[in-house]
Design a protein around this ligand. Structure first.
Ligand SMILES: Nc1ncnc2c1ncn2[C@@H]1O[C@H](COP(=O)(O)OP(=O)(O)O)[C@@H](O)[C@H]1O
Ligand SMILES: NC(=O)OP(=O)(O)O
Length: 319
């Protein structure tokens, strides 16, 4: 059960933006965002301070692939680098969410402003993530299609939690959120901010100058970072499953209700959480609860967000 009038960083997973992962058009995303806005408005109406973050894996992958395909057809067209595509994805996803949340709040006669902030997140140029790509982006492919893409485009492709093959890219750990001071000012003033979209645009600081780097930061880790910076009470990660499970997808699957940080660590060691999907969520939750006594994290589904907050469902991770 979450305390009344808490400061909550809410990390929205792919299903908050795409009801059907194969349907990634703007129109479909607008419709899904309208549904998502209802769950978010419930939390705002309940009196919580909500800061939103969201993923961009399918969208950034699609943008990069679209530019690559266009340049293949017409070599005079530029290939758009990952940081630019990341910023574009933040922009249009943020636009859909801020519009949907604004409209939903207006319908309920709740007078609050909502704005998405293009957010840069600092990473370390020497991060091991640059050597070993782990972040799935773009569409799902069959093994045969993946083999063609590896050969023809030089992509690194990996199987994604039993759902198909996807391109994977570098995913460094977020160190700092460049726009944190302005985000804090807006949140403290009582407005709703959408930030670290797609984990933030990854940048490195070279002698005081910020430079975008080709990577996609995991939005669960970036959400954890902004939750720490904003001194949030809770990190809530909303995804497609109601609870985290051990022995996931096996006959002896067991859903978890409330676990301690020590139990989470044990389950991680035993390999219960798939890398690139559930593992970063559990790791981000763990990092948050260990960052300060009294902090807790909840992983549940978007539809069950309110029930989760009321302690009726979801997986709660405590210190
Ligand atoms: N141990 C586990 N418990 C529950 N879900 C898991 C587990 N391991 C992998 N998953 C998968 O992880 C998915 C969530 O990851 P993902 O789809 O990448 O997240 P996002 O919602 O951020 O887009 C779940 O829908 C489920 O299919
Ligand atoms: N950037 C990111 O973590 O995106 P997804 O949540 O869509 O994978």
């Amino acid at each position: 059960m979450i305390k009344e009038k808490s400061r909550i960083v809410l990390a929205l997973g792919g299903n908050a933006l795409q009801a059907n992962p194969k349907e990634i058009s703007a129109e479909a995303q607008i419709e899904t965002a309208k549904e998502t806005a209802k769950s978010i408005a419930d939390l705002i109406e309940a009196g919580h301070e909500v800061i939103l973050a969201h993923g961009n894996g399918p969208q950034v992958g699609q943008l990069v692939a679209t530019y690559e395909a266009a340049a293949q057809e017409n070599p005079s067209l530029p290939i758009m680098p990952f940081p630019e595509c990341g910023a574009m994805s933040q922009g249009y996803i943020g636009y859909h969410l801020q519009q949907a949340i604004r409209d939903e709040l207006a319908k309920r006669k709740v007078d609050r402003s909502v704005a998405a902030i293009i957010t840069q997140v600092v990473v370390d140029e020497k991060d091991e993530g640059f050597k070993n790509p782990t972040k799935p982006v773009g569409s799902f492919f069959t093994k045969e299609e993946a083999e063609v893409l590896i050969k023809e485009k030089g992509y690194v492709m990996k199987e994604d939690a039993g759902r198909g093959w996807r391109r994977v890219v570098a995913s460094p750990i977020p160190i700092d959120v460049v726009e944190a001071p302005i985000i804090k000012t807006i949140v403290d003033a009582g407005h709703i901010v959408i930030t670290v979209g797609g984990g933030g645009v990854p940048v490195v600081n070279r002698n005081g100058e910020l430079i975008g780097v080709p990577a996609v930061i995991d939005k669960d880790f970036a959400s954890e970072k902004i939750a720490e910076i904003l001194n949030a009470d809770y990190l809530i990660i909303l995804t497609a499953v109601e609870k985290v499970a051990i022995n996931f997808n096996k006959p002896n699957q067991k859903e978890l209700d409330k676990i301690t940080a020590a139990e989470a660590k044990q389950y991680i060691e035993e390999g219960h959480f798939a890398p690139g999907s559930m593992l970063p969520k559990v790791n981000a939750a763990l990092k948050f609860v260990e960052s300060k006594p009294g902090r807790a994290a909840l992983i549940t589904s978007l539809e069950k967000a309110m029930d989760g907050i009321q302690g009726k469902t979801g997986t709660m991770i405590i210190g």
